[in-house]
Design a binder for this molecule. Structure first.
Ligand code: ADP
Length: 489
């Protein structure tokens, strides 16, 4: 584990292809930095198209053997990987804090979440049930079976650098697919450690392959165009997701896409505004607002707005920013300068159009935070649909508050977005909870609940937030093709 402040380690042979750790064919490398301090923490292989092609070939060679094993056999590898991940949880969490910036406590939580996928799919792989269907013909039988799609290309983001990998790798391997993964260029070291675990779990060569790269395009191009790749699974921005889906369509590759969100967080007049504001601050500032399920529009009923805003403001103002290794820090750095510019642009635009800054609204400065892009947890009120922040995903620690007067109005406002990932409602009225849950055009609804996620529950988006689901039964089906066998007897 890179130790912040120590000499940068030498080049990591970070390509894992056909069961071997390799440098890039080109010999190229790129730097990995701690976003909280800017310090160099590692140097990894800059894989290119040739490396990706080699990885895809290894995955293709390994596929028939892996698919032919029993689900019980495949499960044993995932169990071993799960145990190894728990044994190494503390080192993995520290590496994640160093490489991604999130507070150590949050990194520990993510490692446990990541391990959950290995365990859950170790079991679910055994339940790739088919079915029989009665025929209208007396001499005919229908049988439906599920078979692994083949070689999977996976592309993952930096914000959850370990769990987004296991959420794809575990179901793919459980289903009998083999995989080539390209992690985000900001967080390759976390990916390397996950693949060390897969290697030590004894996976046969070629079943899981890792290609780190600084420029995502050439590796992405191989995954999109090599005819051997049957499926592409991606978590990241809506913009890149659409590009990948368009290109994947040329060969009609299957796609699963977990894209951006613009979550509404609705607090009805019968809810406790203080409790709701505490929930809102926890999920809004989670991962410094850099999660696709973070609320982006906080709709509060006019009658309880003042208590809600006061509580949210006080909690935002009390949060401490800095290195994730410092006790009590709950706000980490933004991932890079682009993210900081987006915060500034959205806040400036909102203020110019009449929003009030109740907390934050500025970059943080001081000894603890000068090395990175730290932005103060921010609360804006008087937010209107004309503002950029009302339409655009923020992916940062800014909470825009909008007042509403009735249920039908707020449902319409909440649905008035091209996104459809997470949504949240606070109410004590059961009828309303069900009515509004049904009316929201989102893949997930938290009712008085800020964390409607689990390896056992389907995660994914409606509309431009993506295609397909991860986790749960649905997450396994994403890696299986349905085959009908009709038999004349
Ligand atoms: P973010 O803006 O949050 O970094 P991106 O969608 O740009 O989100 O990145 C998510 C993942 O998609 C990363 O692994 C990144 O390298 C990858 N990516 C970005 N552009 C491309 C591309 N043209 N082809 C393949 N992968 C890409």
């Amino acid at each position: 584990v890179p130790n912040p402040g120590a000499e940068a380690p030498s080049d990591v042979a970070s390509l894992y292809i056909d069961g071997e750790w390799r440098h890039a064919a080109s010999g190229g490398t790129f730097d990995v930095r701690d976003p909280a301090s800017g310090a160099l923490i590692g140097r990894v292989a800059a894989g290119g198209a040739g490396d990706a092609t080699a990885a895809v070939a290894a995955a293709a060679t390994a596929f028939p053997g892996w698919a032919a094993r029993t689900a019980y056999d495949r499960s044993a590898y995932l169990y071993r990987a799960h145990s190894l991940m728990l044994e190494r949880a503390e080192d993995l969490a520290k590496l994640m804090t160093t490489e991604q910036g999130k507070p150590l406590r949050a990194a520990r939580t993510e490692v446990r979440y990541a391990a959950d996928f290995l365990l859950w799919f170790a079991e679910e792989g055994k339940r790739a049930y088919g079915r029989t269907i009665p025929s209208a013909r007396a001499d005919q039988r229908f049988m439906v079976m599920h078979q692994p799609i083949g070689v999977v290309g996976a592309i993952t983001p930096w914000n959850y650098p370990i769990s987004m990998i296991t959420r794809k790798v575990a179901p793919a391997l459980a289903a009998g697919c083999t995989i080539v993964l390209k992690p985000a260029e900001q967080t390759p070291l976390c990916a390397v450690e996950v693949f060390r675990i897969l290697d030590e779990a004894g996976l046969p060569p070629g079943v899981a392959n890792l290609v780190t790269s600084e420029d995502p395009a050439p590796v992405g191009e191989v995954l999109l165009t090599d005819p051997v790749v049957g499926k592409l699974t991606f978590t990241g921005s809506t913009e890149v997701g659409k590009f990948l889906a368009r290109r994947a369509a040329d060969q009609m590759k299957r796609v699963s896409l977990e894209l951006g969100g613009h979550a509404p967080f609705i607090v009805f007049e019968d809810a406790d505004p203080v409790h709701a504001a505490k929930g809102a601050s926890l999920v809004k500032f989670l991962n410094t607002g850099q999660a696709c399920i973070c609320p982006n529009r906080l709709y509060v009923h006019r009658s309880i707005k003042d208590r809600f805003v006061e509580t949210l403001r006080d909690r935002a103002a009390a949060m401490r920013a800095g290195s994730g290794f410092t006790d009590g820090v709950t706000v980490g750095p933004l991932i890079d300068e682009d993210a900081y510019r987006r915060m500034t642009r959205q806040v400036d635009d909102a203020v110019a159009k009449g929003a009030q800054v109740m907390a934050g609204g500025t970059r943080l400065t001081g000894d603890d935070v000068d090395g990175g892009y730290f932005y103060a947890p921010t609360v804006l009120t008087e937010v209107t649909p004309e503002m950029e922040i009302y339409r655009e995903e923020t992916f940062g620690p800014i909470a825009p508050v909008i007042v509403f007067d009735d249920e039908a109005e707020v449902i319409e406002m909440a649905n008035d977005t091209r996104y459809g990932l997470a949504s949240y409602i606070y109410t004590r009225d059961l009828g309303r909870a069900l009515r509004v849950s049904e009316a929201l055009r989102f893949g997930m609804v938290g009712v008085n609940d800020i964390n409607p996620t689990s390896a056992a529950a389907p995660f994914g988006g409606a509309k431009e937030s993506g295609l397909g689901r991860e986790g749960a039964q649905e997450g396994l089906l994403e890696y299986l093709e349905t085959k009908l066998v009709g038999i004349s007897i």
